[in-house]
Design a binder for this molecule. Sequence first.
Ligand code: NAD
Length: 494
Amino acid sequence: MNTIEHWINGAATPAGSTRTAPVFDPATGQQRAEVLLAEASDVDAAVAAAGTAFETWGDSSLSQRTKVMFAFRELLVKHEDDLARIISAEHGKVVDDARGEIVRGREVVEYACGIADALKGSFSDQVSRDVDVHNFRQPLGVVAGITPFNFPIMVPLWMHPIAIATGNTFVLKPSERDPSASALVAELYAEAGLPDGVFNVVNGDKVAVDAILGHPGIAAVSFVGSTPIARYVYDRATAAGKRVQALGGAKNHAVVLPDADLEYAANHLTAAAFGSAGQRCMAISVGVAVGSAGDRLVEILERKAREVKVGPGTDPASDMGPVVTEAARERVVNAVTSGAEQGATVVVDGRDLKVEGHEAGFFVGPSLLDRVTTEMDAYREEIFGPVLAIVRAETVDEAIAIINANPYGNGTAIFTASGEAARKFQREVKVGMIGVNVPIPVPMSYYSFGGWKDSLIGDSPIHGPEGVKFYTRAKVVTTRWPHTAAGFHFPTAN
Ligand code: NAD
């Protein structure tokens, strides 16, 4: 049995851990490895290594830091196949989809390669006689990231390249369900020339998370995961005086207007609802069919949902793999059952799907529920599986009101041929990331990613310019050459 260890101070190590958790291959339902679960003392060891590394890395030159980022980027390209296979084996998503998350994560590394530009300060000449003002930003110190299972490489990559390129040192606590990608990332950083202790990985569960949240040696915590844990992390870590960015769960709506190309909209809704078995924070889980779009849209969606090929992620013919655990499979099945019991029409039922040769895998087929209402549990809960709920609305105003009443506000999309409707939608909807004829509007790395309401606790989105701001703090310097006589009055410009 392969045991996945921590990575502390430039080497794989069991540290003092003895507890383990199983890591499954969701396509077979078999355990493929075990992962060590850190104790608080293991977190201490990682923070100590990161603290020592910060003494030199925090003072390293921009060219030294970007040199490592360029090399790391090349290694991510070189090892794309290995990474994609590791992700697919532990998460279950199809290999091509895993490649997609590697590419989107790599874009953040590319942004970090240009960190010199992002870190440029400003300078004001002669603000007063012989006086100039300039500002610059410095790293915080040791920072930590706690990440979810659904993007085992991309979500950590939203954090550590920017943290490290801005001069911080990093402790990552990846999801214990699919930890192997982070172990390879640690090796790639070392190969890229990153000094020991700058990037550390501590595997674990709540024990490791709690140790991070209260640790006096950690200046900031980045979290991505479900909303209840995001709130917990935010409360605990801010109470301990840390800077926190905490991204939570989602229930993303796609509005389809009658003037949209319904075939195009249905194609995109199908991929956005069932891709990665619906386990994306930007997955479309609710379609809001407006007016006469409804019946025709559901008809096309039914056909497309039935065409989705479900199978192991390693089979190039599969569109969609299994969900991550048996518990996740049961949650999806129960959500469809509760929808049916509460009056939704089950147009496509994925509950009983079996994949030949993979009977023990955590597979569940795509489900399409129609005439879902906002009171039903299938609407109110984040199912995080391959279930698309269709809600009917009479007007675009009603569709916007439905979205705005939902507690989540991560992503949303509108499918329409009307520029006027699209403009109204993007101005009125209370959601952080909006697509117009684009179903999964994940911002590019040089913008920042973050939702509104319960999808983001606090006020700090992730990566891009907001990421640079999060991992640094500013100084403003006022300089006078030459010295002039001091006055007792409060200094004003002259
Ligand atoms: P999760 O909240 O269960 O776990 C996230 C992290 O928190 C993991 O590292 C886990 O070990 C840790 N954790 C779990 N329970 C904990 C507890 N009780 N105390 C302390 N730490 C705990 O999330 P998940 O199931 O891994 O991922 C799916 C969730 O993440 C979904 O809700 C999804 O919407 C969300 N997500 C959001 C975004 C976003 O950008 N907003 C991106 C990806 C995933």
